[in-house]
Design a protein around this ligand. Structure first.
Ligand code: AZC
Length: 811
């Protein structure tokens, strides 16, 4: 671990404020101070970064490159200090100067370069790679605008732009001189045989320049510092010089701006943006910049491509970077004159593809005409890949004439041709993995069974994980301290060791301390709730938290239905609950997702009525905390007694929030979906509340759906649904919640709210009863902490490293 020399740190800090920002300490703004502290910390990081790079180069190590459209890092200062081992020292020094360290930490904006699970997973992976000393790097886009800020006005979500770094962040290091030149647009000049050989026929393309910016990724212990390289798009300098010369200054500038817009915004949807040309250009831009960089690094040390797959692994984070298949082929064939068959070997041996969702609407397909316009050469390569693949399929399955249609990369949909990105990724990779055991099974059996039949050896599972450095050490310092006091600090790099805590599950004093920590975290959360929503909540009540993107399959609406059920029990049935409950929500809805936004409005409708009802509000409160993001998650998760993981079975690929809550001692109420199944397997069925229908039952449920039967057989459900339809929760805007009612009662209830209602409310009552036995609850909580070591992303990364990437720790 590093140490810092206080006087040197202090003088560096003062001189950055003065010579970097031109101010004295008295004049300096908070931004100046924050940036200066980060710059002073950077000194400690950069030496290690340079040393790490040298170590990798000297040993000519195999490197893994993780290409992802999203990296949801969250604030970096605190984590960097923790991983460097200088958090406490730095805190003292900064406070001694008369600054407020904790305030500075809170001041840091969230780099919100991701939507949710997929982007946050990528960030956890980078932390694990560096912490385990592995040569693994991230490639992404340096979006000017990250995920929108959410505010709530009159119960409705409003979006505001997130200009997160305001053109400069102390963590972003512009790496001048390492730019990538990316050809785009243009056309293919007709020629007899254009594929398989050097192809000079892509003409009239334009160039986008990719400028790299590095964010250092500090591993725990500070020995390894890797990098996340983010590219910004620029128009090349001689951009349309001809148009300028022709005197059309405005048109030339317009085009320049159009190009520079490529890295402007993160698309704010967590599922689908296909069809939008700019999104395809973004995906291509990222892939082309990354491949350029990866190939240059390789060629620095090698003069042929013979060793490529032994020195380079590339992981595709979902299909967004699937164009890597075509781009690597193009670079090998067109720029380095490698033969098609050799290039294909190299490509498929290098690439691995991770699938993160089964939802049909999230599976990217692109109209071929957009490809033709944006990347005509890549289209040509993809068509050739497909042609060869199809002839192999026809030869292998002569008796199944439907196979080619089911498996082709290019598909003809009523005259319009589309490119299926998942098929491209599978054909072009040697490994295809899902992100939890059940999900990986469903990928094989339901999503792409033909591919599994063809290449069973390609398919594997890598259950997700989360980094304990951020999600315990940073987010829950009190718990981390208790654990260190009890079993030492070995768990930080070996989370399985939390099992040693089990030995203390009968010690009252230990359990008391655990309960006290939870209480303190709840008090902290209560004050955030007060500040952000003006709602007063009672830390003695159960804090039941549902925090994640708003999506129908995640069923925030089912949660709301249970709240209404409890409310009516108190108000109309005079049933006094066993314990007061606070239902807390957080999450953003995609701006164009009407139903998800309506659910947000609905939750606010419940809050408005219930929190004001004096008969109920002693027992029941509803809160929606706006602008859910990594830094807020760090405060919500440790304050949870109960974690809501209630997706319709078969729809949540894995989930990672579920892991964070459990390792912070919350008890899960959840369906047998995604990683919940594995969490249940680890913690034991008495320490989790499982309810609802299973994956295999969902299809027949949907087929045989009969709303009236549900309503007639359950007065409780009927009462709740009548309330959804009525204006009880929207007295000033009558009728607004009707679409919620209609989707459930008349729309086939695709997400099975009605079918799971009874078992969900039952599970909630069991849970509330159990909560009253404080001792027993503390045991459950402890066992959740002790038994969730499997869900460290270190374990996940170790599996990827050994089974897919073949990379090794260098420490
Ligand atoms: C998410 C999955 O929905 C979630 O279940 C999983 O835990 C996470 O990836 C990480 O694997 N998917 C996404 O965020 N987005 C897409 C396009 O799948």
């Amino acid at each position: 671990m590093a140490t810092i020399d206080p006087s040197r740190f202090r003088s560096t800090l003062l001189s950055i404020v003065r010579y970097g920002f031109g101010r004295t300490m008295e004049q300096a703004t908070k931004v100046d101070i924050f940036n200066s502290v980060c710059f002073a910390v950077r000194e400690h990081i950069i030496d290690r970064k340079i040393e790490t790079e040298k170590r990798y180069a000297d040993n000519d190590v195999k490197r893994m490159h993780y290409i992802s459209m999203e990296f949801l890092t969250g604030p970096l200062l605190a984590n960097n200090l923790i991983n460097l081992g200088i958090y406490d020292e730095c805190r003292t020094i900064v406070n001694d100067i008369g600054l407020d360290f904790d305030d500075l930490i809170e001041f840091e904006p969230d780099p919100a370069l991701g939507n949710g699970g997929l982007g946050r997973l990528a960030a956890c992976f980078l932390d694990s790679l560096a912490s385990m000393g592995m040569p693994g790097f991230g490639y992404g886009i340096n979006y000017d605008y990250g995920l929108f800020h959410q505010s709530i006005i009159g119960g409705y979500q409003h979006e505001r732009p997130d200009f997160w770094y305001n053109k400069s962040s102390p963590w972003l290091m512009r790496m001048s001189g390492e730019k990538a030149m990316v050809p785009v647009f243009g056309r293919i000049e007709d020629s007899e045989d254009m594929v398989g050989e050097y192809n000079p026929m892509w003409v009239e393309w334009k160039l986008i320049v990719g400028r790299p910016h590095d964010i250092a990724v500090v591993g725990y212990g500070g020995k390894t510092v890797n990098r996340l390289r983010l590219f910004s798009a620029w128009a090349s300098e001689d951009f349309d010089i001809q148009i300028f010369n022709e005197g059309d200054y405005y048109r030339a500038l317009e085009d320049k701006i159009r190009f520079e817009n490529i890295s402007k915004i993160l698309y704010p949807s967590d599922s689908r943006d296909s069809g939008k040309e700019l999104r395809l250009v973004q995906e291509y831009f990222l892939v082309a910049c990354a491949v350029h960089d990866i190939v240059s690094i390789y060629l620095n040390q090698h003069d042929s491509f013979d060793m490529f797959h032994e020195k380079v692994a590339i992981q595709l984070n979902d299909t967004h970077p699937a164009l890597t298949v075509a781009e690597l082929m193009r670079v090998l064939i067109d720029l380095h004159f490698v033969e098609w068959d050799d290039a294909w070997q190299i490509t498929t041996r290098t690439l691995g593809y991770t699938n993160h969702t089964l939802m049909p609407e999230a599976l990217e397909t692109w109209p071929m005409h957009i490809f033709k316009k944006v990347i005509p050469r890549h289209l040509q390569i993809i068509q050739e890949i497909d042609r060869r693949f199809m002839s192999m399929i026809k030869e292998k399955y002569p008796d199944d004439p439907e196979k080619p249609r089911r498996m082709s990369i290019v598909i003809d949909n009523n005259g319009e041709k589309n490119i299926r990105m998942a098929h491209l990724a599978i054909v072009g990779s040697h490994s295809v993995n899902g992100v939890a055991a059940i999900h990986s099974e469903l990928v094989k059996t339901r999503l792409v069974p033909d591919f599994y039949d063809l290449w069973p050896e390609k398919f594997n599972n890598k259950t997700n994980g989360v980094t304990p450095r951020r999600w315990i050490l940073r987010a829950n310092p009190l718990l981390a301290q208790l654990v260190c006091d009890t079993i030492g600090d070995g768990w930080i790099l070996d989370l399985g060791r939390l099992r040693e805590l089990e030995a203390h599950c009968k010690e009252t004093a230990f359990l008391e301390r655990l309960l006290m920590i939870k209480r303190k975290n709840k008090v902290r959360l209560a004050s955030i709730i007060k500040e952000t929503t003006y709602i007063e909540v009672d830390p003695e009540s159960i804090f039941d938290i549902h925090a994640k993107r708003l999506h129908e399959y995640k069923r925030q609406l089912l949660n709301a239905m249970n709240i209404i059920h409890i409310y009516f029990q108190i108000r109309d049935d005079n049933i006094i609950p066993s314990v007061p409950r606070t239902f807390i929500f957080g999450g953003k809805a995609a701006p164009g997702y009407f139903m998800a936004k309506l659910v947000i409005r609905f939750i606010h409708g419940l809050a408005e009525i219930i929190n004001k009802d004096s008969k109920a509000n002693e027992w029941l409160k509803v809160v929606f905390i706006p602008d859910y993001r990594v830094s807020l998650a760090e405060k919500m998760i440790p304050g949870a007694d109960v974690s809501e993981q209630i997706s319709t079975a078969g729809m949540e690929a894995s989930g990672t929030g579920n892991m964070k809550f459990a390792m912070n001692g919350a008890i899960t109420i959840g369906t047998l979906d995604g990683a919940n199944i594995e969490i249940a397997g680890e913690v034991g069925e008495e320490n989790i509340y499982i309810f609802g229908h299973k994956v295999d039952e969902i299809e027949s449920l949907r087929r045989e759906h009969d709303a009236d039967r549900f309503l007639n057989s359950s007065p409780a459900l009927k009462r709740v649904m009548d309330a959804v339809r009525s204006d009880i929760f929207c007295p000033d805007e009558p009728g607004i919640f009707k679409p919620l009612y209609d989707s459930i009662v008349h729309g086939g209830d695709y997400y099975c709210h009605m079918a799971d209602f009874q078992s969900y409310t039952d599970a909630h009552s069991r849970l509330a009863n159990d909560y009253m036995d404080r001792h027993n609850w503390a045991v459950k909580s402890l066992l959740n902490i002790a038994r969730t070591g499997k869900f460290s992303s270190d374990r996940t990364i170790k599996e990827y490293a050994e089974e897919i990437w073949k990379i090794k720790s260098q420490i």
